[in-house]
Design a protein around this ligand. Structure first.
Ligand code: ADP
Ligand code: ZN
Length: 438
């Protein structure tokens, strides 16, 4: 099923026309209402009249998280305070939160985009759907909530925490879908094991997952343990929240709601646009937002764009899964390493749980990396020889993938912290952290 056939299956030319029309209007809107954008454009010597179609987007200035922080709290808001009906804040994974105000129309557009996602995840008014994202300032909870109501499904606002109660509700209410972080779904699976609840006792069909990067291996593990299909949902509060893009049944890239959020991929250092298919930093322009629209917002998320028709019938451009944030990328002894590469290796070996922590340090001017990882119960041993074999196995596979020798530390089952929201998997103790230039 497709929620909005007209838009989701629009011809490429029609989509470009729509985007052009919307970009022209947006640029006038922010120029007139947001002094920050007016000044930036004036500094670059451009006026709204210079933007005639979507192809002119590269003439516009970028917006960064720092710009939002410098203009805290409402400096980039375009709508008048009277028209703002809700305020969210980003979760502040990488610093101070940023504040985003929404008008009523913004909330409607958001619910529309989440509806497209839920429909692509095979949910309809016949379903009962729990939202296990946190409710509150974080956009996950309320964002999904109104989408579920909009498609006419019954929403069960469980939020995070109280997993045993959630499981009981899943069983008793025959909940068919849930929205959660992949970490939370793993935690759910572990709690089921602990309580002796079998996946067959539940009616789960679909999970809509996002808020943190996850690997294909993690998907396979969770799908198998919970007996459901996992669909990616991507978004960020500066753009709108979850619903910027979503996966269809093909699980091959996420369809972008490009009538509202125009994507570009740039090189994070040179800031030059990269061709479709090449990996770089995702940049979004909100084409229809009223509250706090952004021009060319640098997400710092690393991924690529995928063109070409999808067999689901949707024509929208897709984005690959997020490899990580440019600020997650570790540079260890000059080599670029994403935590997701380490996760893929761990999950490709049957002996290990998808539970790990990466500790980076600098000893005698040399970067060190330690991978702490839990061993599955049936493989766990405190015997030196057995432990050494496990260590060697993981270390050599890691070296073949990331080209760095990592120290592997074997951890007892259940000993690494569990996260129900976004997880923390890297501790960087180096005095000067090598990061991608911001
Ligand atoms: P914060 O930047 O404070 O974490 P948000 O709560 O808005 O702010 O989180 C948005 C970020 O979460 C995205 O920029 C991205 O890094 C991550 N994210 C969201 N959805 C996904 C997803 N489906 N896959 C990978 N990462 C995601
Ligand atoms: Zn598709």
């Amino acid at each position: 099923m497709i929620w909005n056939q007209k838009i989701e299956c629009m011809s490429r030319d029609e989509m470009r026309d729509l985007q052009s029309k919307r970009l022209v209007a947006l640029v006038k809107y922010v120029y007139d209402r947001v002094p920050f954008y007016k000044k930036k454009m004036q500094d670059m010597g451009i006026e709204p009249g210079d933007i005639r179609s979507i192809d002119d987007i590269t003439k516009l200035p970028f917006t960064t998280k720092q710009d939002l922080r410098d203009n805290y709290p409402y400096g980039l808001q375009a709508a008048s305070a009277d028209d703002i009906v809700r305020v969210h804040a980003s979760s502040g994974t990488t610093g101070n939160p940023t504040i985003v105000g929404y008008t009523r129309k913004d909330l409607d557009v958001w619910a529309e985009c989440v509806s497209r996602c839920l429909t692509a995840a095979n949910m309809s008014n016949k379903d009962t759907f729990s939202v296990s994202y946190g409710y509150g300032l974080f956009t996950g909870g309320l964002g999904l909530h109104y989408g579920v109501e909009n498609i006419g499904a019954a929403v069960v606002p469980t939020s995070t925490g109280n997993t045993e109660k959630h499981l009981r509700l899943m069983r008793d209410l025959k909940i068919t879908g849930t929205a959660a972080t992949p970490s939370y779904l793993l935690y759910l699976a572990e709690t089921m094991d602990k309580l002796g609840i079998k996946k067959e006792e539940l009616s789960l069909k679909s999970a809509v997952c996002g808020a943190e990067p996850w690997t294909e291996e993690m998907r396979q593990e969770i799908q198998q343990r919970l007996g459901l299909k996992m669909f990616n949902i991507y978004g960020l509060s500066e753009v709108v929240g979850p619903g910027v893009s979503y996966e269809c049944d093909n699980q091959n890239g996420s369809h972008i709601c490009e009538d509202h959020y125009f994507p570009e991929i740039i090189h994070p250092n040179t800031l030059q646009p990269l061709p479709v298919g090449q990996q770089g930093e995702m940049v979004f322009t909100t084409l229809t937002k009223e509250g706090m629209p952004v021009l060319r917002y640098r997400t710092r998320d690393i991924c690529s764009l995928m063109e070409g028709a999808c067999s689901c019938g949707r024509t929208s451009i897709r984005m690959s899964s997020i490899m990580g944030r440019s600020d997650d990328m570790l540079i260890i002894r000059g080599i670029n390493v994403f935590p997701s590469q380490i996760e893929s290796v761990i999950l490709s070996l049957p002996e290990f749980e998808p539970r790990y922590m990466i500790v980076v340090d600098r000893v005698n001017n040399l970067d060190t990396i330690q991978v702490q990882v839990e061993v599955r119960k049936e493989f766990y041993t405190t015997e030196t020889v057995g432990e050494l074999t496990l260590k060697k196995k993981l270390a050599s596979k890691l070296q073949s993938v990331i080209a760095i020798k990592a120290d592997v530390k074997i951890m007892a089952p259940g000993s690494i912290d569990r996260y129900q929201g976004k997880s923390v998997r890297v501790i960087d103790n180096r005095p000067i952290k090598n990061k991608f230039a911001q």
